[in-house]
Design a binder for this molecule. Structure first.
Ligand SMILES: NC(=O)c1ccc[n+]([C@@H]2O[C@H](COP(=O)([O-])OP(=O)(O)OC[C@H]3O[C@@H](n4cnc5c(N)ncnc54)[C@H](OP(=O)(O)O)[C@@H]3O)[C@@H](O)[C@H]2O)c1
Length: 347
């Protein structure tokens, strides 16, 4: 079996480390793993397949012979370095927001729009991985849309601190410890205390009163589902949970769709696990979703405010399906369906 040289830009971050883990778990055919990060991490050792791999500094000429470059060094670094990787012949799969809304860059969730991958191969050679909150929402919305025609979405998120990277995790941990020992709380990654609090602000503030994270959910959902007119309203909230994003979603359809029909459809949907028995206290929660590659959905019920409306609660691991697993699934699609494009580019 052919194996591929895989670079990971941002290898020392929470998404980068998870991508290394997922490549190993899913036995992706890697001939050589090239971990890249900033000069701060140069020489650091990571483990892959039981061997040490040494982190190198990300540079424009880092990508010689690389087939697939998985990027998670943040949007500005991706914007600068992903084109170097593509020019060197690699196909880039980028976790940041840098390219997501560009017309000639596909935004891919394999369960929803795997076909879009092909669009990248003759042009930019960059594929964008969507925002973590968007991925779990579209995985659930797509099969329901196919059945009843989605018209409108109202979603509120409860997003974990790991969505803000290692510094987000460190801040919740240190503030929680400080609160119990009556120490000083000094917010730095988040604008206010996050321990035992929640913050209705993720991403930059826009003039229209929304945040960048909220508009990512609007625009990315439309692009992935191919529904440019879909009405989406989002409120994104950071909560003091380490892993997994949760969402309360209200979906409104053209055709009637009962909760039982929705449950049946979602039980058969790829990448979805229905966990739904309120009377037995069975529903999705971050503690159930952490480490799981499936998106959990439950609390499925009628929305009482409009005909053809459903309310649902959705939980997914933002570092797994929300980032690393989705990126590696895209790499798997490349290898399965477009290996010639990889081979010819790196030959
Ligand atoms: N966390 C999530 O749930 C999630 C989900 C989806 C998408 N994303 C996106 O993924 C990206 C990374 O997020 P993260 O959560 O992994 O952040 P993180 O834990 O802060 O990691 C950032 C990584 O980028 C590297 N980096 C930073 N500046 C660099 C530079 N100038 N040159 C080379 N490498 C550089 C860091 O290297 P050093 O260790 O050397 O500093 C580190 O490896 C972001 O764009 C984020 O929006 C995150």
């Amino acid at each position: 079996m052919r194996k591929y040289k895989v670079a990971i830009a941002g290898a020392t971050g929470v998404v980068g480390r998870e991508m290394i883990k997922v490549l190993e778990e899913r036995e992706f055919p890697v001939s050589e793993l090239l971990p890249l990060a900033s000069e701060r991490s140069e020489g650091q050792k990571l483990e892959f397949q039981g061997r040490e791999v040494v982190v190198r500094r990300l540079k424009p000429d880092s990508f010689a012979g690389v087939d697939i470059a998985l990027f998670s060094p943040g949007a500005s670094v991706s914007r600068e370095f992903a084109p170097h990787a593509a020019r060197a012949g690699a196909v880039v799969i980028d976790n940041s927001s840098a390219f997501r809304m560009e017309q000639d860059v596909p935004l891919v969730v394999p369960e929803v729009n795997a076909h879009a991958v092909a669009q990248a191969l003759n042009r930019r050679r960059i594929i964008a991985n969507p925002n973590c909150s968007t991925i779990q929402l579209v995985v659930v919305m797509k099969p329901l849309h196919d059945a009843a025609g989605l018209e409108r979405v109202i979603v509120s998120t409860y997003q974990s601190v790991s969505g803000a990277g290692q510094k987000g995790i460190d801040e919740l941990e240190s503030q929680s410890r400080a609160l119990f020992s009556l120490g000083e709380i000094a917010p730095s990654k988040f604008p206010h205390r996050i321990a035992f609090n929640l913050l209705p602000e993720i991403g930059g503030a826009r003039d229209d009163g929304y945040t960048e994270e909220e508009m990512k959910m609007v625009n990315e959902s439309r692009k992935i589902l191919g529904l440019p007119q879909l009405a989406v309203s989002a409120t994104c909230v950071r909560v003091p949970v380490f892993y997994c994003h949760s969402e309360a979603a209200h979906l409104f359809f053209k055709e009637p769709l009962s909760p039982d029909q929705a449950r049946e459809i979602l039980r058969k949907a790829p990448g979805v696990k229905v966990i739904d028995d309120l009377k037995e206290h069975v529903y999705p929660m971050p503690v159930l979703g952490a480490g799981d590659d499936d998106t959990l959905v439950g609390r499925i019920r009628k929305d009482l405010t409009a005909p053809n409306g459903l309310a649902l609660f959705i939980v997914s691991d933002n570092l797994r399906k929300g980032a690393a697993t989705n990126a590696v699934q895209i790499a798997e699609l490349l290898v399965r369906d477009h290996a010639a494009a990889l081979r010819s580019a790196s030959a």
